[in-house]
Design a protein around this ligand. Sequence first.
Ligand code: AMP
Length: 217
Amino acid sequence: MFKIVVLMGAPGAGKGTQARLLEERLGLPQVSTGDMFRALKDEHTPLAEEVQAIMKSGKLVPDDVTIRVVRERTGREDCKHGYILDGFPRTAAQAAMLERLAVEQGKRILPILIDVPFEVLEKRTTGRRICPECGEIYNIYSQPPKQEGVCDLHPTAKLIQRPDDTPEKTRVRLETYEEQTRPLLDYYSASNILRRVDGTREPEEIYAEIEKIVTSE
Ligand code: AMP
């Protein structure tokens, strides 16, 4: 049965890094709600502007909007044989929708928690830098680029920081995660489908473990 790989974990746990690797190496498309919402930044519809204001605050975009986006994106041809969810579900309503979607699409949900202690997460987000050209993710503390401030693969691209990766916005995002998203782990855990990986190691080590889970289960 085809799978919906759900990467779970707090902001800064490394979901995006792992989703990119899975996409590159296993060919499963990465469906990232955060990336899809960020892509709205040049649109000037009322909805796009509302989404951007919410993201800037560190709070969650309303469930109905998020659910619509996920349903549309995962219904496309490239998701037919499975896909990776990065940053979804984040609320109980989204988790309930995903169950229905999985049944409709004839796929199985495989949630994997990238477990990182709370104290480490703040450094992960505030140190994060991204290549605007290819989306490669760096961290000034733990995964710095070869040359400060520029992408290893795109020497003309200056790395950028997400506006919600400031210490203040990180705090709001971590609180939101604790309140709304962490309870989903208990839910998946209770139905015995949650897999956990230690997210404090090197990205390649974490990847090897995730790949094994995805290909063998
Ligand atoms: P991320 O890149 O996953 O950290 O997401 C960045 C921001 O996008 C979040 O702080 C939310 O404002 C919004 N967002 C992403 N995914 C969701 C979701 N599943 N539900 C609600 N809001 C989301």
